[in-house]
Structure formats: structure tokens, C-alpha cells
Design a protein. Sequence first.
Length: 268
Amino acid sequence: MSDERRDASVETGSEPVPRVRLRGIRKSFGTTEALRGVDLDLAPGEILGIVGDNAAGKSTLSKVLSGAVVPDSGEIHVDGELVHFKSPADAQRRHIQMAYQDLSLCDTIDVAGNLYLGREPRKHVLGVPFIDRKRMHIDAAEALEKLDIKVSSTRLTVANLSGGQRQSIAIGRAASFEPRVLILDEPTSALAVAEVEAVLRLIKRVADRGVSVILITHRLQDIFRVCDRVMVMYEGTNVAERAIDDTNLDDLVMLIVGGEAAAARVSA
């Protein structure tokens, strides 16, 4: 993690306070325990990778933090304050944004319209409010330039963009809300190599602005490219956490497949 990112830390005395702290998060759906007492710490400006097999609990955990799922028990702290999220709007008020795997973009609307969907700038003509499209395109171009997102025009419809450009727009939309925490769900799945590289560079640029990033992915190679730390989930629990410099691909695969038993062997 860069010194600039560390400078964004909230401190109490000499101890930095995590941007996010989860303790004992549990969630069941009927008889299925999706989360079984998950703990998580996330520092300001840190990129944390979360990996695990299908049904490990990754998506449920991200939805708890983004307010889409209410946990059965456990605590969520943001910048040292205990919070209770009952909806995504509650999380967004605490500057937590999520870019979902399905992107949640509207193909028939242009780039600027997607960036500002639901919060379009307005102007009044004879007292009647209208969308200020000129201002929206100017603001969209500036927002994309700050993140070095390359599109030839903010007037292009999203349907005409490549997969990598679409993913960048989805991340750019989330980043335009000035989040303190950005959760990314499989942002590089089904992308070409060059597009993956562009999205990974974008993730690092977002973190360099002090935003804490959670990267959920099955592409383990991406974890080693951009993450500071990785957390492995297995059957609703977090079985291991590693600094990227202290692990390797073989260890992660063993932990993902073997869970707690593998974690005990790797730590021995």
C-alpha cells in the first residue's frame, strides 16, 4: 500500500482505525448458513481480494456490506462507528458503493447518461426543470478524465462499447459518487487480456485516491496484480488472510479447495 493511501487513515491515538470492520457476521437463508461468523478489516486505500469457491459466501458478504442483505447477527463498523444497514441507500450514505457483476448499466443510454442515471443535473426554463445534457456531458468527460477512462465520446450508447469499456464505465459510475469503499464483483470476468489490464489499472488508480477496494474474483492472477492482501472464504467462513507478498498461487488454491484443514496445514 502506498504512503499516499496510508495518509487517508483515520487514527485514534497512534492506532489507525480500519475504514471497515466486520465482526461475527452471520446470515442464513432458510436452513442454509451462508455466513458463519465472518470477520473482516479493511484499511483506507487498501485493495483486499476476496476469493473462494462457489457458495463460499463471497457475494453474500459483499451484499451485507453494501446494504443489500441484512445480517442475522454481527457488527459493522465504518471509520470506527457502529452502523446498521437496512438498504443500499444506508450504505451509500456512508460512502460505500458496489459495482455488480451484471454491471447494472442501461445499454440504450449514452455514457454520460449511465454515469449520472438518477441524478442528472437540472436546469430550469420558465420554471420548468429539464435535464441539463450539456452540463452532464461536460461533467461526465471530466469524471472519466480523472480516472483515465478512455472512450471516444460520452455520447456513445453503452451498447456500442467493448466489454472492458463497459466495465470501466460501471466502475467510473460507482467512483463518481466519491466512495470511501468500493466493492467490485468479478470486474474482469469474460474480458480480453488488454481489457483486463485496463480495468486492473483503473482499480489501482481508484485506490490511489484513498478509496478502500474489495475485489471479489475467481481470477487469482488478478489478486497478485493489484491487491495488498487476500482473504479466503470457505463454506461461509473466512479461513485465511494473507499479505500478497506472503502467499502464492498454490497456497491460495489449496486454501480455496481445502478450507480450514488446508489453512492449518499451510500455517504449520
